[in-house]
Design a protein around this ligand. Structure first.
Ligand code: FPP
Length: 689
């Protein structure tokens, strides 16, 4: 137990050997930082100062690494900690991914109902979740039991029934939220299902964060993290057989629920009300994040104009540089850093600690603490000055101590390695980004010199190469498709930028009838992806700003009803748009289309006696294009290196120009898209004359 009256000396005496070491190290830390900065300036100074001074900082840095190694040795010897190998898991990834997880959790209408009635998503909630994870992951078995108990206590009061007024305000709302209506009267609470959902989203978001915003985790680490979080559910009482113990099983659960509970207008409203204290750029990315589409939207909107793009590259490079350092910083370090950067957070943090420790029979002098808001050490002393410390208080205290001790330490250790890696990544990114920009500028200049009416009116794209893209990177196939879906949304932006008033129609082939023959897991994954991406189009700014009508073509009878419902919702929401026309081919086959068109022509003519009179013009009226009055396709572009159209728009592509790109679809660049337009305008199109 910790001494009653805390001075740094008494606290030091009560610490374990490891802590003592850290305490001591923290004192010399500022000097190391100063020397490190000096070292960064050595190339500028080396001509004017003696060599031994110039090289001193790097020797000291090496010395600091040695100290870190000793400290780590102490850590390993400390048998209070059962999970030392998980230490590296917590850091900025946990911070951001927990935020993503909180948003994702709301996708479940019962969670949303609970939050609506019993709380809100705020920075405090985020910190509380992170703190819980921190204690759980670092802690001994006893500590883990303590925080799990606390978690159970916090949620005990959260239960109720979903009211009609929470889901539906008026009849119009009812129509929009039709999917939610059967939830009226449903019970929400700390149920097994919701426990699994909340913990699964937490683990999933963590893996997702690494996958798409950093370095992907190995399969082993993914599974390790998932099962660790699922153990929490188990401790809360969920039987092991109900738990998705592998990452794969958990991903399946997430996608199922995402497809089952589409993003409703009510949910968007709720997300818009989230209280965020983090810088606008980050909140812009995460606030409305439906993970797969919106982050992409942000990157597209950044990329207008040369200066804009240059800024964007700089931002990405800076982010990647920070990413290299950030995972090394402990979560406590981040909290400390944030409290420095954002004074308001100090109050939030103080209150968070109070809430965690609060028990009904021991009301806390919260005012006393909040009066001191901003003076962090006062909170610490308050904890220490209390005669009786509960075990949980002790834990909180321990965490707070680590805030002071760990953050600077962690920063130093990885400082040098991160700088080297950071330099490399920044340089290689800046170089490849600059080349991509140069290619685009060249292609744009060519496009500007071409009369707009020589551009195609209708372009079809066969997106090929997603699987190969994933395979060469050792990723699961579905990641290739997810990247492919992002690319498709990116192309939407390019289209809006380069249409020159002529290119009004685009048709993308996303899923062929033959694709149904792929392994079941891939087909299911693609269907879930389509459901989530098509659902996301309802909130896609391009669609609404540029008035793009979306129509899905193909054999809907082969799709699940839930997907068809989403398709109809998107079509209905964009039915009146008439500036641009976007067709998405799902379960599409060229021969199928012709058979359907001929049958429709026959049906329209009522009797097979008119069979002999069928003309090509009549059939043309019943193809997917024909029915909507869309023009025939002028150019078909296929990525992935194969030189065939595989029957894409078979009937309507009689005079289509063909363009093949050897790039895999996720690698397709804006300059390639513009070059295809330029290439088309140079072709000699005679239409058989
Ligand atoms: C927004 C929206 C509607 C998104 C659609 C999702 C999407 C991009 C689907 C494409 C799937 C597909 C079968 C691609 C072909 O690559 P492949 O699997 O044939 O790759 P390979 O040539 O390497 O085998």
């Amino acid at each position: 137990m910790v001494a009653k009256h805390c001075t740094s000396r008494t606290l030091e005496a009560s610490l374990t050997m490891e802590f003592k070491f850290r305490w001591w190290f923290a004192r010399i830390y500022p000097h190391i930082i100063a020397l490190s900065l000096l070292h960064a300036a050595v190339p500028l100074l080396s001509n004017s100062i003696p060599a031994w001074i110039a090289y001193l900082p790097s020797r000291l840095a090496l010395f600091s690494l040695l100290l870190r190694a000793i400290s780590f040795g102490f850590y390993l010897l400390d048998n209070d900690s059962t999970a030392s190998h998980h230490r590296r898991n917590i850091g900025i990834a946990t911070f951001f991914s927990t935020y993503i997880a909180l948003v994702l959790q709301l996708r479940h209408p019962l969670v949303a109902a609970g939050v609506r009635r019993h709380g809100r998503i705020s920075m405090r909630r985020l910190l509380r979740t992170i703190l819980f994870l921190d204690v759980y992951i670092y802690g001994s078995q006893k500590d883990q039991e303590k925080v799990v108990e606390w978690l159970r206590g916090v949620h005990r009061r959260v239960e109720g029934t979903v009211l009609r007024s929470e889901l539906v305000k008026d009849d119009q709302d009812a129509a929009a939220n039709a999917g939610d209506l059967d939830l009226i009267g449903a019970k929400y609470g700390f149920t097994e299902d919701l426990q699994i959902w909340v913990l699964a989203t937490t683990a999933y978001s963590y893996v997702w964060y690494h996958q798409y915003l950093g370095r992907p985790l190995s399969e082993h680490r993914r599974n390790e993290y998932c099962s660790m979080l699922m153990m929490i559910a188990h401790r809360l009482g969920v039987p092991a057989e109900r738990l998705p113990l592998s990452y794969e099983a958990m991903e399946e659960l997430i996608h199922q629920n995402i497809a089952r509970y589409p993003c409703t207008a009510g949910l968007s409203e709720m997300l818009a009300g989230i209280e965020v204290n983090i810088p606008p750029l980050i909140s812009m990315v995460f606030k409305h994040s439906f993970l797969f589409s919106q982050i992409h939207d942000v990157t597209v909107s950044q990329s207008s104009g040369f200066v804009g793009r240059a800024w964007f590259h700089l931002l990405v490079a800076a982010y990647q540089f920070i990413y290299d350092i950030a995972p090394m910083i402990s979560v406590s370090g981040i909290i400390l850093l944030m409290t420095f950067l954002e004074p308001k957070l100090q109050a939030t943090l103080d209150q968070t600690f109070c809430e965690i420790g609060a028990s009904p029979d021991d009301p806390r002098p919260i005012e006393a603490l909040t009066n001191e808001a901003g003076d962090y050490t006062k909170v610490l002393q308050w904890f220490l000055a209390r005669g009786r410390l509960s075990d949980l208080d002790y834990w909180v205290l321990k965490r707070v101590n680590r805030v002071d001790l760990e953050a600077p330490l962690a920063i130093t250790i990885q400082f040098w390695a991160a700088i080297i890696r950071g330099y490399y990544r920044v340089t290689s990114d800046a170089v490849s980004g600059a080349f991509a920009d140069a290619r685009l500028r060249l292609a744009e200049r060519r496009l500007a010199n071409i009369p707009a009416d020589t551009l195609p009116v209708h372009m079809g794209i066969v997106m090929d190469g997603n699987r190969r893209w994933a395979r060469v990177r050792g990723m699961e196939i579905i990641h290739g498709h997810v990247k492919g879906a992002w690319k498709l949304l990116e192309v939407l932006g390019w289209w809006m930028e380069h249409h020159r008033g002529n290119l009004k129609y685009m048709t993308f082939w996303t899923f062929s009838t033959d694709n149904f023959n792929r392994p079941e897991s891939e087909v299911n994954g693609l269907m879930r992806l389509l459901a989530s991406e098509l659902g996301g189009l309802l909130y896609n700014s391009y669609i609404h700003f540029f008035k793009i009508r979306v129509v899905v073509i193909g054999d809907r009878s082969r799709l699940a009803q839930s997907l068809v419902d989403i398709i109809e919702e998107v079509e209905c929401a964009t039915a009146k748009y008439d500036s641009f026309f976007w067709q998405i081919a799902v379960a599409y086959g060229g021969q199928d289309e012709i058979v359907t068109s001929v049958n429709a022509t026959l049906k329209a003519n009522h009797s097979s006696a008119t069979l002999a009179m069928l003309s090509a013009n009549e059939i043309s009226r019943y193809t997917y294009n024909g029915r909507l009055g869309y023009p025939r396709v002028n150019i078909i572009l296929r990525t992935g290196g194969d030189h065939r159209t595989s029957g894409f728009l078979l009937w309507d592509s009689q005079y289509a120009e063909l363009k093949f790109s050897s790039k895999l679809w996720p690698e397709f660049e804006e300059s390639d898209f513009v070059a295809a337009l330029v290439d088309y305008s140079k072709r000699d199109i005679r239409l058989g004359k």
